[in-house]
Design a protein around this ligand. Structure first.
Ligand code: GAL
Length: 420
């Protein structure tokens, strides 16, 4: 009887192993995985590193890396909208954590709930609680974050500043003092590019002018965009714009960064994907080859955004997408992607030894600064507001009228349900 039992036990164990093996076999994925993003060209290397991790784990899947070029997704988002509304969603697409995801695609019931995946992978305790709130609603968790980017950063070349006898401005008043000096030397004080980079600069100026509490109050509806403080933001923004390049609208963000690298311009306010570009593409060393500081007037404040990917409803290869999302949320995937991207990991347990000095400083600031959400990159407002805000910006660039812009911003806030 004893013998029989141990034989039975051995047979059962063998069966269990076979079962596991078969499950592992069953997980051999095949077919395609279409990933949709705006990380093309110079923005591509980090995504490619992530895809490499995926391919190693899933050699049977053919990855289609579908990109539509254009910083901050200016062109990609329009294509994505057509595809989603036309019932032709990619297997997974890039979307910012916050209102761009929740107030747009979750609201339209286009995304699958990923709560089981988060629980299974132990992500509930690995991602910061505040970030999980931004990608979640009462009904679920809707995407997997791949990074934390900082939006309020000013970039410069230390050697050039030395040559010109200036320092990085700590406040916009400092900037407005040093700007005419630079102009006399034939240097553009602040390089800027196409329209969305104006929105990007605007949010850093607003954060400096309002402070983080009042910035937040804009999005809860407690502070009106056309309040005196709101008008003051546009006034300051207008003064700063006088010291930017006139060919801005024809430039990509990388070309504005190039102006700084070449010494045609002194400064550029851009998110820290610029750190990725400067180190990964331009091969400049952080600290010596290129320098950075919190954008003027925002020391101690970290305006953040996070790129994420989700599982849209009705995709052709949901299993392949799930495997992709697992890679995105993993430590291995995150630490392959972020050191090239200029961002820090969204996970709290990343291996900082893999990151350069810029990223290390961003990680330290993220841990101790006052955190605020980015408008230009989807955290604080839905797509409706963002699209309308682009028109408000265009109007301001023509009229340079702060009151008019502030009033228009308040109108679009009401129209798009901001603070409701
Ligand atoms: C942001 C995005 C970044 C970077 C940047 C420039 O919206 O979150 O990852 O791609 O645009 O294109």
């Amino acid at each position: 009887m004893k013998l029989k039992f141990s034989k039975m036990f051995a047979a059962l164990t063998a069966l269990c192993f076979l079962g596991l093996f078969q499950t592992a076999q069953a997980k051999e994925l095949t077919g395609e995985l279409e990933i949709f993003s705006w990380w093309a060209g110079d923005e591509g290397p980090a995504l490619e590193a992530l895809i490499d991790v995926y391919k190693t784990q899933n050699p049977g899947v053919e990855v289609v890396n579908a990109t539509v070029t254009g910083g901050s997704g200016v062109n990609a988002k329009a294509v994505l909208k057509t595809r989603l509304l036309g019932g032709n969603p990619p297997d997974s697409f890039q979307v910012h954590a916050g209102q761009e995801l929740i107030g747009t695609w979750v609201k339209a019931d286009r995304m699958q709930d990923l709560t089981p995946l988060f629980k299974e992978e132990g992500w509930m305790s690995v991602f910061p609680e505040g970030l999980i709130k931004l990608i979640g609603t009462e009904d679920g968790i809707w995407s997997v974050p791949v990074n934390i980017h900082r939006s309020n950063v000013v970039w410069f070349i230390p050697e050039n500043l030395k040559k010109w006898g200036i320092e990085a401005p700590k406040t916009w008043d400092d900037f407005l003092k040093v700007a005419p000096v630079l102009e006399k030397k034939g240097v553009v004080p602040l390089a800027i590019a196409q329209n969305w980079t104006h929105n990007h600069l605007w949010e850093s100026v607003a954060l400096a002018s309002l402070g983080a509490d009042k910035w937040d109050a804009l999005w809860t509806g407690e502070l009106a965009f056309d309040s005196p403080e709101g008008v003051a933001v546009w006034e300051l923004f207008g003064k700063i714009l006088k010291y930017t390049n006139s060919d801005a609208s024809s430039l990509s963000w990388q070309q504005a960064t190039d102006m700084v690298v070449d010494g045609r311009a002194a400064f550029n306010v851009m998110g820290d994907w610029a750190a990725g570009y400067l180190s990964t593409t331009k091969k400049l060393a952080p600290g010596t080859g290129f320098g950075w500081a919190a954008s003027p007037g925002t020391t101690g404040q970290f305006m953040f955004l996070a790129d994420s990917f989700g599982l849209p409803k009705g995709v052709p290869h949901p299993e392949n997408t799930m495997a992709w999302l697992k890679v995105l949320g993993s430590k291995e995937g995150s630490d392959a992607f972020n050191p090239l991207k200029g961002s820090i990991s969204a996970r709290t347990d990343s291996d900082l030894s893999k990151y350069n000095d810029y990223a290390k400083s961003a990680a330290a600031d993220f841990g101790k600064n006052r955190i605020a959400g980015s408008l230009a990159h989807g955290v604080t407002a839905n797509e409706g507001f963002m699209n309308d805000f682009t028109s408000v910006m265009e109007m301001f660039l023509k009229s340079k009228n702060p009151e008019m812009a502030a009033k228009a911003a308040q109108q679009i806030a009401v129209k798009n349900g901001i603070g409701k």
